[in-house]
Unconditional design. Structure first.
Lengths: 356, 339
């Protein structure tokens, strides 16, 4: 009986989602210890849900959307797309500029919202197409290729908005980042759920997920068995660009403006962290979407916790950088090997000691 | 034989030649278009060095790392951290300027040692390691201080403002003779370029770097200590980014959180434009020098033009980087076909 229980325990700890969930629980526990009413959810005067957890889930929406794209890119190409933050800014800039008809501030839509949103998403997909071209077609390391848009992207967004912050003071524009009518749950949560569900269906009901994994594990072998490796990698980047654009629209709706300098700032780091925390190898191959999503919530919880501990927003990256280094060190094959050798030596020492 | 030789030239020097020609054409175009705004004056040319001395040193470090097939995107943040710590130490703690130089170099070395260890001995992707370094450095800068600190230390300002007059110059509108000048930082930067060039070309260490970048597996088979050499490359690059950061500080005379944002991009694009291959194994310090000059020319063209937003510098540079990356990929493809 006890043996069977031990076996089950091992099965749980070796599950790929075990570590991500543990990380999330640790962050939550730290919060509960600090402020006991962390999990308290109440309904505020204007009829919306209110509480730390709701706030974290709400704020994590963009990150969840980005993490889906980042997971696919990581799995397919073994590298990360560091331009996602800049792509968010581009999408928001294009969308807001069309809505305002070129003015710095507007109180009514100059063009239909659908047109503007589609244009923003198209611009983001174009960015993804460009990244994909460099990575898949020209075989450039993903991070160098996306570094181009990482620096130029915000410049392009500045040019689109002519160096100013474009404000859209229309109530219906705030829906995507706020609330739908009387619904008590913030809209960004729905946006994140829809993205996750669509991504899950596309990846699991079609062969795309399998293709991406196989290209990431061995691109050359995949090509030889008849997969178009180039096109699949390229597709991953376009999807990532699209999702970054969507996240950009949500974020821009939150602040009902297009702030080219600050939309999605440092979010690329968070998205990479989410993927790494979710137990995905940053060198590509097999991936777990659920892991990345849990990772995204963990990161957002960590950020919110740090901010509530009076750490300034400029200083937060220090802690995140340390977390990243710890994760990649734990993931690195050299470290794992070293640990295995150490464990083996320890166990052999103890058996020898037992004999003597 | 002759054919083989010409082929060798086309593969290794072609990129560098393109860069030099591009620079000459751009500068000549600038001299013709903006002649009335003083673009043709010798001081304008020297200013390319004056304002980019720090970048030049950092670019040399980047070249060393890139030759091994790695990359270091933490340099911009290291620069910001160096400037901030120097400013903070001299202004708020009363440290003297000589100690500040040592502190700057120590910060650079510390980054180099940690990142080098993670990349070389734990075999983690350089991009991830230095991305973490980049956020760490920027965050640490904010932890030191979120205010802008202007440096008023006398010794420091004396170094920063010291003119080294050159034996030629121009006459201004009143007919006074104005000698052309450079700052001490330029001298330091030029010395670094020369030393790095010599090291890469003639020292054992330099040759090892190329061997590893060409093929890590072959280098290992040849009996080179790949891990240690890689580690040393990152330490050296870290040291140079500390030094470059200090030169940058001499130019800006202040420390603030947003400083040197995107400098990593400038350094990488300078190296790539100067003919360093992203895949490793090829690259020279002289090439990087021309890469930096091209970057300087673009920004002075845009500043002289006056109406364009400063964002155009980054966008043009990114476009150029993109062009050169594509060029590299095309050359690699042609080479592969030839083989």
């Amino acid at each position: 009986m006890s043996k069977e229980k031990g076996f089950n325990w091992k099965q749980i700890t070796s599950h790929h989602l075990f570590m991500p969930v543990v990380c999330l629980i640790v962050v939550c526990l730290a919060n509960v210890i600090k402020s006991p009413d962390f999990f308290k959810i109440s309904i505020s005067d204007n009829g919306v849900l209110y509480g730390s957890v709701i706030d974290i889930i709400n704020r994590a929406s963009e990150l969840v959307i980005l993490a889906i794209g980042m997971t696919l890119v990581t799995a397919a190409s073994g590298g990360q797309d560091i331009s996602v933050g800049a792509i968010m800014a581009v999408a928001a800039a294009v969308c807001c500029q069309i809505l305002s008809g070129g003015a710095a501030s507007t109180s009514e839509f100059q063009n239909p919202f659908i047109l503007a949103a589609l244009a923003g998403l198209a611009a983001a997909m174009l960015c993804g197409l460009f990244n994909g071209f460099l990575v898949a077609k020209l075989n450039i390391q993903p991070m160098v290729a996306t570094l181009i848009l990482y620096t130029a992207g915000r410049g392009i967004a500045q040019l689109v908005t002519q160096g100013q912050i474009t404000y859209i003071r229309v109530d219906s524009y705030k829906v995507l980042g706020g609330y739908i009518g009387k619904c008590p749950i913030p809209t960004p949560i729905f946006a994140a759920i829809i993205s996750v569900v669509v991504a899950y269906l596309v990846l699991n009901k079609t062969a795309l997920g399998l293709y991406i994994e196989s290209v990431g594990i061995n691109g050359e072998a995949s090509r030889l068995v008849g997969l178009n490796s180039t096109r699949i990698k390229w597709m991953a980047y376009v999807i990532c660009g699209f999702l970054a654009g969507f996240a950009g629209l949500v974020n821009s709706s939150r602040i009902y403006s297009a702030d080219a300098n600050n939309i999605g700032l440092n979010l690329e780091m968070d998205a990479i962290l989410a993927v790494a925390l979710g137990g995905n190898l940053l060198s590509g191959g097999k991936f777990s979407l659920a892991g990345s999503i849990i990772g995204a919530f963990t990161i957002q919880a960590l950020t919110t916790t740090l901010l509530s501990m009076n750490v300034s927003a400029d200083q937060v990256p220090v802690y995140k950088a340390i977390v990243v280094v710890v994760i990649v060190v734990l993931q690195s094959p050299v470290f794992k090997k070293q640990m295995a050798v150490w464990k083996a030596r320890k166990s052999s020492n103890s058996t020898e000691g037992g004999r003597a | 034989m002759g054919k083989a030789k010409s082929k060798k030239i086309s593969s290794s020097t072609f990129l560098l030649l393109t860069t030099i020609i591009l620079f000459v054409v751009m500068y000549a175009a600038g001299m013709i278009i903006f002649n009335d705004k003083g673009f043709a004056k010798p001081q304008m040319f020297l200013n390319l060095f004056v304002s980019n001395a720090g970048l030049l040193v950092i670019g040399c470090g980047m070249t060393i790392v890139m030759i091994t097939g790695g990359i270091d995107i933490s340099v911009g943040s290291v620069t910001a951290l160096v400037c901030m710590v120097c400013a903070f130490a001299m202004e708020r703690m009363g440290m003297n300027a000589y100690m500040a130089v040592l502190v700057a170099l120590a910060i650079g070395l510390a980054f180099g040692v940690v990142q080098g260890y993670l990349v070389a001995y734990l075999d983690i992707q350089p991009f991830i390691v230095t991305l973490a370094g980049m956020f760490f450095g920027r965050g640490m800068t904010a932890i030191v201080s979120t205010d802008m600190i202007a440096i008023t230390n006398e010794t420091f300002l004396k170094w920063a403002k010291f003119h080294i007059n050159l034996p030629f110059g121009t006459h201004n509108q009143k007919g006074e003779y104005l000698p052309a000048y450079i700052y001490p930082s330029v001298v330091v930067a030029i010395i670094v370029v020369i030393l790095v060039s010599i090291m890469l070309k003639y020292s054992k260490f330099g040759r090892k770097l190329y061997a590893i970048g060409g093929s890590q597996q072959s280098a290992l088979m040849m009996g080179l200590n790949v891990k240690r050499t890689k580690f040393q490359a990152y330490v050296l690059a870290g040291f140079l980014s500390g030094l470059g950061g200090f030169l940058f500080c001499l130019n800006s005379c202040a420390g603030f959180v947003e400083q040197a944002k995107g400098l990593e991009m400038d350094a990488i694009s300078s190296a790539v434009i100067g003919g360093t291959l992203l895949s490793g194994g090829v690259g020279t310090a002289v090439g990087t020098l021309f890469g930096v000059l091209i970057k300087g020319t673009i920004s002075s063209l845009i500043t002289t033009q006056g109406t364009l937003s400063s964002w155009w510098v980054r966008i043009t540079l990114s476009a150029l980087l993109c062009f050169f990356i594509v060029l590299q990929a095309v050359i690699a493809a042609v080479k592969k076909k030839g083989n």
